[in-house]
Design a protein around this ligand. Structure first.
Ligand SMILES: [Fe+2]
Ligand SMILES: [Fe+2]
Length: 249
């Protein structure tokens, strides 16, 4: 199987044509930009729209907050309950996306197999199950706090947009398992960081059960990150050894 290390007809570099390269460099020094002004015009347009005070979304009004549930959130002061629910909505969306991403990695594995030192099918499946469990656990916590887990919060939206590149990499038919793992490293780094923040935010709830569940999720994310880092290292080694992808075991 060909790997991306295979030398092919990549013509993107200027060195492909040294004669034209000289002309391109000479042209760049004599040709003015195609339009007047500098990058400040772009910044001005961005600033103009940013000042319109429109957010990517709003928080839904609180649902029917009942008894114990209400008490839990009331332990937090000021806007803190909304901040927590926004971050929980973000985590819910990201864990759902994470489980779908790992499912897509599994499909890539089934099509192409692994590489020396790469993941086994069981290891990918285990991470997929962890992410699905995290998703369901966060949904339960949101419900427990009296909010609606089906509502998309502003931060859920922000992270959804931020991670669309990962989905593109993992589902691109031209990428292999190692490429997909490069994208999953970005997801797992975010996972690790986000759980740390959430664990901080729920300290104020005085609900040791939630803290314990979040810490367990954080521990799982630390394992995922370690695994993905190890696999990426192994994939680079396999490519360096001229042994990019091999058939499934
Ligand atoms: Fe997760
Ligand atoms: Fe993860």
């Amino acid at each position: 199987m060909k790997t991306e290390t295979t030398t092919g007809m990549n013509r993107t570099g200027m060195d492909m044509s040294p004669i034209d390269a000289k002309e391109v460099i000479a042209g760049a020094t004599v040709m003015p930009p195609s339009s007047a002004g500098d990058e400040s015009a772009i910044a001005n347009v961005l600033a103009h729209y940013a000042r319109r005070d429109e957010r990517v979304g709003t928080m839904p009004p609180p649902g029917t907050l009942k008894g114990a549930v209400k008490t839990a959130l009331q332990a937090l002061k000021g806007e803190a309950p909304l901040v927590l629910l926004d971050k929980l909505g973000e985590r819910l969306a990201f864990e759902r996306a994470g489980s779908r991403l790992w499912k897509a990695v599994l499909a890539k594995f089934d099509a192409l197999g692994s590489f020396e030192g790469g993941p086994t099918r069981e290891e990918i499946e285990q991470i997929y199950r962890d992410e699905s469990d995290h998703f369901l656990m966060v949904a339960t916590v949101i419900r427990h706090l009296g909010a609606d887990p089906t509502a998309e919060t502003p931060l859920a939206d922000v992270h959804g947009v931020a991670s669309c590149g990962l989905i593109k990499v993992v589902t691109d038919p031209r990428t292999n398992l190692a490429d997909a793992l490069e994208a999953m490293l970005v997801a797992e780094l975010t996972d690790n960081d986000a759980w740390d923040v959430l664990i901080d935010l729920v300290q104020g709830l005085n609900d040791p059960n939630i803290v314990a569940q979040f810490q367990a999720a954080r521990a799982a994310e630390a394992r995922h990150l370690m695994q993905v880092r190890t696999w990426i290292k192994a994939s680079l080694q396999a490519r360096a050894d001229g042994n990019g992808m091999m058939a499934s075991a």
